[in-house]
Structure formats: structure tokens, C-alpha cells
Design a protein around this ligand. Sequence first.
Ligand SMILES: Nc1ncnc2c1ncn2[C@@H]1O[C@H](COP(=O)(O)OP(=O)(O)OP(=O)(O)O)[C@@H](O)[C@H]1O
Length: 351
Amino acid sequence: MLEIKLKKQLGQLGLSVDLKIPGKGITGLFGLSGSGKSSLINLVGGLIRPDEGFIRLNGRTLVDRAQKIWLPPNLRRMGYVFQDARLFPHYNVQGNLGYGIKKFQRAEFEHIVELLGIGHLLKRYPQTLSGGEKQRVAIGRALLTNPEMLLMDEPLSALDLPRKRELLSYLDKLSEQINIPILYVTHSLDELFRLAERVVLLDNGKVKAFDSLENLWQGELLAPWKTQSEQSAVLSLPISTQNIAYKMTALQLGTQPLWVKAVPGEIGQKVRIRIYSSDVSIALNIAEKTSIRNILSGIISEIKAFEDHSEIEIRIGEQKIWASVSRWSCEELGLQRGQQIYAQIKAVSVL
Ligand SMILES: Nc1ncnc2c1ncn2[C@@H]1O[C@H](COP(=O)(O)OP(=O)(O)OP(=O)(O)O)[C@@H](O)[C@H]1O
């Protein structure tokens, strides 16, 4: 666990944070530009000193102003990955990874090199690598310091979209295979959806929320980042059935199955999905012959009327999804709160 309780004045910004971050999975640090995300990660990494308070990692004090304890960055056992890879230009990849300089377990070195797909790059120099390749080397270098935690400050932001996607898939693998908690600063909701288990929402130096992404997405705090066309539900649902013949997976939504394209995984394993309101329509009766696989019974829990359409919140078990319905259809069907309806779900994206 990472315990942070500190204050730091940075120009006009008063950073004041009291957090206990679990020692596993990826925690996203999210917030507007200038809210203090990078400063917080720099305080954890030891690049800045707090004015008061302490930081402890797995019970080990990294800094404590009252007790006059200060561990410099190199003794904190934190792996750091910045926006730019910051590799040494005069070393090849192998040298940048510290090979031949530090002592590694050979198996560990090979595992990390394989995980990040950089085996074929070992003899190359940084100036011959793409941005994504450089970042993979930087991540490898951080992991090979045997850290207790990985700090990543917008590691994808300097990359173009194809490289972002490529690196994201490596980060996915990393979080599954390497048992090191990651504190991940990002501006991007897409990255949060894809990677973060939980999110610290920073606002003007203060923690406005610390919750699972699913809970945060359901509330109002992320409203400034949502556009109307992006009205969607983000759910984390357990796998209930694997249909191998049709390459489909059923997730448990309340007591009903929600079918998605095959997702590898054990029964009970949770899968994060996103359902856009524009992919959900409403019927009062269950259609007999339809190609739509997912028709789920639910109750209307809220109706938000806009000029030309309504966003209908539907409760299914404990979960909520949204349907976008034209005003005309809304009136014709006489939709109202508390009504039992059928949600016809045309598409589900697995995140
Ligand atoms: N050493 C400093 N002296 C004065 N002000 C500082 C100092 N370091 C940071 N700040 C200010 O603190 C605020 C928070 O900066 P920080 O880089 O932590 O924000 P951020 O949320 O990471 O922003 P971005 O998303 O733009 O990277 C900014 O307004 C910045 O100008």
C-alpha cells in the first residue's frame, strides 16, 4: 500500500493529499491540466519534497517531515517512466537496460525483454528507434531496477495514435503479468478505460474522488469530460459462459446474460465493457424474431430530455445503462420512470 498524507505549496497551487492506494493494479491519476498530477507523482518519486506530511510504501517511510526522514529517489525502489523515454544516446538498448552494468537474474531480464517485445532491438541505439520502441525500452529499464512500484507520467502522450495503441497493448500485458502496482498519470479517458482499475481525480491540488472507474463514470464528477454523444455506461461484469462454437462470451448483467465477442478468461473473471447510449434502443415487448442477441429486461430509472432526443437510464439488476431515443419515439412509447421495458443492445465494446 502507498500511503500519502502531505501538503506542498507550488506557486499558486496548494497541493493537499490524503490517500491510501492499494498495492496492486493500475491507479490512474486524472484531472485538468495544472491540477497537480505530475507534482504528486514527483513527490512520490522523490523529485520534490513535501512541506509537511509523509509518504509510506508498504510500511516503509520514504519521507516524513516530522521525523526528518528523507529517502533520495534512487533508494525509493520506484521505477519511473516519463513522457519522453530519456534514454542514454551513447548506449545501445542493452546498455540502456543496464545489461552488463547491473546484476540481473538472467531469466528476469529475458522475461521483461520478451514481455515488451524488445529482444530484436538490443543492439540498436536510441536514435534508430521509434517513439513507441523507446518507451518500451524505458519501461524495461524501470522494471529491471526491481521496483516496488512503477510511476508513469503520461507515457503515451508523445506518441502518435498507432504507436499509442501498440504501447497500450504492452501496458495491458504488463499489468496482467507483472505484480507491481502502477501509478499512472494521464489526460486521456481512453487510457483510463483501458488500463486503470481505480482513479484519483485531482482538482486544484485536492483529491476530489478516489474510486473505481466504473463508479466514477456513473456519477457527475467526470461530467466535464463527457460529451453528449459519448453518453455511455462503463461496467465491470463477470464472465458467466463461454460459447466456444460461436466464439462468444456471456457476461452476467444482473441475472441476465450479456453476449459479447469471445473474451478469453475464466468463469467469474471480470471484464470491463462500455455500452454507448446510441447503441441501445427500447422496446415495450420482446421482439420474437430479431438478429439482436442482447435483449435485456430492465426498469427506466431516469429520463433526461434534450431538444431532439431523450437519454433514458435503464436499471438492470444493480447496474445502469443508457438508451438514446428520439423525442418522437419517447412520446409514442409513453416512456416513464419506473416502467419495465426491454433494452435492445446492438453493440458492446470490450475495453
Ligand atoms: N516549482 C514550481 N513552482 C511554482 N509553481 C509550480 C511548480 N511546480 C508546479 N507548479 C504549478 O503547480 C501546478 C500543478 O502542476 P502539475 O505539473 O503538477 O500539474 P498537472 O496536473 O500534472 O498538469 P499537466 O496535466 O498540464 O501536466 C501548475 O499550475 C504549475 O504551474
